[in-house]
Design a protein around this ligand. Structure first.
Ligand code: NAD
Length: 370
């Protein structure tokens, strides 16, 4: 047995525990069939942690997260905790994890499985075979810049202020992540900003170009204004490989790209921190969807977004690219075979539960590995 490192599982609230059970099935399969094991720990986060300990994440859990090679999170939140003050809401647990792990690069793939081509609002020929990665800067820019606030002016009217601010290092480190990922994909990066109207955009363009010329000259780099990038994403998304952009534009572009592929239940994500001396990055993987309280506990949730998040952990934290490919292929085969959870149900397909979807993916892994 080859132990590949430490994995912290944080199922969280709502459908989190249900979808995470399906990841456990895959972890068991890997141990039995591939001889690959992880040191797995599990802890509470979000509302579940508030109920047990009065805090959305405890210091003990943070210590385990800081020592882990990867954290896999389900989802947090739900109506039970909606009325709590902001400082102790379930989402604060997520924010603390992101902040204390220093996660500054958010990776949002948008992949269209052939079997789900019709779920997109765009024409099949536009999205078939789509596979792009948006790398969004996560800890800087206008969401955090100061000065910020709302002030009352002498004439009684009010002024709202937010500040878009980026430093050399903040731009260079996220650019490095994007170039590095591109070298493992199709070797193409599009950097997106508004250098035509924003000084921070000019700096962004210059620093991304600097990192490119100095460290990644073999990667094809182009620059695109963010408004054009939004248009190109719906006009011809397959022209892109990796898009790197700031916090605000990344927020918008990644959601737009996500919807090219159809369903929230299919979308994984990763957030990465700085590389240590061995090139290892702190990392947290989570589905894009929330805790879906409307279907929680009913065995209806689609586990694929979380399984694909685990595939990203295999690829980016555990150096198990072949196993990640295998898991993605198993998902594709099960969808190709006509199985669907309710959220991606289409006429003529077979509607299955969370558990049956997970079991079927494990059976597909068996077939692929045979
Ligand atoms: P949501 O993503 O939880 O659900 C939106 C809709 O999509 C719901 O109808 C839900 O049933 C459906 N859906 C989501 N994931 C699905 C899946 N895997 N399979 C099948 N259907 C799925 O968003 P929301 O309803 O706006 O938020 C619900 C709760 O989740 C709130 O408390 C919110 O704060 C929280 N939330 C958490 C995160 C996170 O943990 N990262 C993200 C978004 C929302």
């Amino acid at each position: 047995m080859a132990n590949k490192g430490k994995l912290l599982i944080l199922p969280g609230d709502g459908i989190g525990p249900e979808v995470m059970r399906e990841v456990r099935r895959v972890i068991d399969w890997m141990a039995k069939k591939r001889g690959i094991t992880f040191e797995v720990e599990e802890a509470l986060v979000g509302g579940a942690s508030i109920d047990a300990y009065g805090k959305p994440v405890t210091d003990e859990t943070m210590d385990i997260a800081l020592a882990a090679d990867a954290v896999l999170l389900g989802a947090v939140g739900g109506p039970k905790w909606d009325d709590l003050p902001f400082e102790v809401k379930p989402e604060r647990g997520l924010l603390r994890l992101r902040k204390d792990l220093g996660l500054f690069a958010n990776l949002r793939p948008a992949m269209c499985f052939d079997a789900l081509v019709d779920a997109s609002t765009l024409k099949p020929e536009i999205v078939r075979g789509l596979d792009i990665m948006i790398v969004r800067e996560l800890t800087g820019g206008v969401y955090f810049g100061t000065p910020r606030g709302i002030e009352t002016l002498p004439d009684g009217s009010r002024r709202g202020v937010n500040t878009q601010v980026y430093t050399t290092e903040e731009i260079r480190r996220v650019a490095r992540v994007a170039f590095d990922i591109a070298t493992k994909r199709n070797n193409k990066v599009t950097s997106s900003e508004k250098a035509n109207v924003m000084e921070s955009g000019i700096l962004w363009r210059e620093e991304v170009t600097f990192v490119h010329d100095k460290e990644f000259p073999g990667v094809e780099l182009s620059h695109m204004y963010a408004d054009n990038c939004a248009m190109q994403l719906v006009r011809n998304p397959k022209q892109f490989d990796v898009i790197v952009t700031d916090n605000l534009f990344g927020d918008l572009l990644s959601d737009a790209a996500a919807m090219l592929t159809g369903s929230l239940g299919m979308l994984p994500s990763a957030s990465l921190g700085a590389a240590d001396a061995n090139g290892k990055r702190k990392a947290m993987y989570e589905p894009v969807h929330g805790s879906a309280p409307d279907i929680a506990g009913k065995d209806l949730a689609n586990p694929i977004a979380t399984l694909l998040s685990f595939a990203m952990a295999l690829r980016y934290s555990f150096d198990l690219g072949a196993e990640a490919d295998l898991l993605e292929k198993a998902v594709e085969n099960v969808l190709g075979g006509g199985l669907r959870t309710g959220d991606i149900m289409q006429p003529g397909m077979a509607k299955v539960s969370t558990g049956v979807m997970g079991e079927s993916i494990v059976r597909a892994l068996d077939k692929l590995a045979a």
